[in-house]
Write a protein that binds this ligand. Structure first.
Ligand code: SDX
Length: 376
């Protein structure tokens, strides 16, 4: 039997949630090009589209937004749980440990009952950004900022994590970042979620498992690593040598390359465009210049191998301008990807089949036990 390492190019589900053309750099959510959703939609409407398969009618949207906002208030025991954690706990570890606890407050968690999917979704969409923002405030000893329901979903997150009400442009830019991070076919963390739910584990367990998978630097963890990499460079002149050294040492350049895109990631293009917009409003930053020169120099060396910037290359630079600390960049990715994870879990359990692949065994047989005193 052949081993398909990393299941590269192997279909494991049939799905109508999103579509990627890796050669032409196309991404569609439920058939709608990502560019149109970024232009006309907002994150919660996009989340509804992904999970329920259609753009919501006006009253459906209004109810969905209010149900999510209703869930922006944590139970005191969750807040106390956060306060007991070591302040150095990485925000993704906090999410991975707290999300399953949220199921204690949701009696409707049977994944085989489609009525229960809605309550898990609105609870996680409401509480995960609040937990992320609260963790930033608690972990650095700042005062806790209560949710402000007069603000939009995205504005409220920026307000709670920075302690400053964002201007509408900042809120809109951040909301578009969430749209871009919401879904991406069968990536590693979505596959993790679907494997978990295929055992009929609940959506909270599936999402918590997916958070663990997303945290790796080959996946969502790359955005924080890109920021650290670019921040180390104190002048653009040093970039060519910096990249050459990395490649000579066989180091992966974070924020570059993709299993599916063999051209520029369309999301990276949109993030770069938004970065230009917001920097004209907020004033440029050294990091933007460094990122642009880095991209140019890296492409000189990698384009021939079809290695281009991916979604993680510019996202962190943008978040830094919005005042989000780099340790939280992957948690922001997770906040958005809850929509895609829940969408795929909901779709998969409709015709559920437990994931249980096999292996090619290349070990020994009938080996006898050796008592400790007789071992080498
Ligand atoms: C995300 O799957 C998704 O959809 C993920 C995602 C989503 O929305 O869910 O898009 C989000 O995770 C984006 C990717 C974030 N990760 C990074 O930026 C980490 C750096 N990127 C790489 O590690 C890499 O590009 C992967 C892991 C993303 C994809 O790698 P593949 O497809 O498994 O390819 P590979 O590891 O087999 O590499 C093929 C060749 C190798 O060279 P050779 O050994 O053949 O000479 O390309 C080289 C690699 O060394 N290569 C890189 C590189 N990526 C691939 N060389 C330098 N820097 C890189 N970033």
């Amino acid at each position: 039997m052949k081993v398909y390492s990393g299941l590269a190019g192997i279909p494991v589900v049939k799905s109508s949630i999103s579509y990627i053309d890796g050669e032409r750099g196309i991404l569609e959510y439920r058939g709608i090009p990502i560019q149109e959703l970024v232009e006309h939609s907002d994150f919660l409407e996009t989340a509804y589209l992904l999970v329920f398969g259609k753009l919501p009618a006006k009253e459906e949207y209004t109810r969905f937004v209010s149900d999510v906002k209703e869930n922006q208030y944590l139970d005191m025991s969750v807040l106390n749980f956060l306060k007991e954690l070591p302040k150095t706990t990485h925000p993704m570890k906090v999410l991975q440990s707290v999300i399953p606890v949220l199921s204690a407050y949701d009696k409707n968690t049977d994944v085989l009952d489609p009525q229960h999917h809605y309550s898990s979704l609105v609870k996680m969409l409401g509480q995960v950004p609040v937990i992320t923002a609260l963790w930033k405030r608690i972990s650095v000893g700042e005062n806790i900022v209560e949710p402000d329901s007069s603000l939009s979903y995205s504005e409220n997150f920026l307000y709670m994590i920075t302690g400053r009400r964002p201007d509408p442009v900042e809120g809109r830019v951040f909301d578009r970042c969430l749209i871009l991070h919401a879904e991406h076919t069968m990536n590693a963390s979505t596959f993790t979620a679907v494997v978990a739910v295929s055992t009929l584990a609940d959506f909270y367990s599936a999402v918590s498992s997916a958070v663990g998978s997303l945290s790796g630097r080959l996946h969502g963890g790359a955005n924080e690593k890109v920021y650290q990499m670019l921040s180390k460079i104190d002048s653009p002149e040093k970039i060519p040598a910096f990249i050459d050294r990395m490649l000579q040492n066989k180091k992966r350049i974070m924020g570059f390359g993709h299993r599916v895109y063999k051209t520029y990631d369309p999301r990276a293009k949109l993030l770069k465009k938004m970065l230009t917009e917001i920097s004209s409003l907020k004033g440029g930053s050294r990091l933007i210049k460094t990122a642009e020169v880095f991209e140019k120099e890296a492409l000189k060396r990698l384009e021939s191998k079809k290695i281009y910037p991916n979604i993680d290359f510019y996202s962190g630079v943008l978040y830094s301008i919005l005042g989000i600390p780099s340790r939280f960049y992957t948690s922001v990715f997770a906040m958005a990807r809850i929509a895609g994870w829940v969408a795929h879990c909901k779709e998969y359990v409709k015709e559920n089949k437990l994931f249980r692949p096999t292996q090619v065994y290349d070990g020994g047989h009938n080996i006898h036990y050796v008592p400790p005193e007789k071992r080498g």
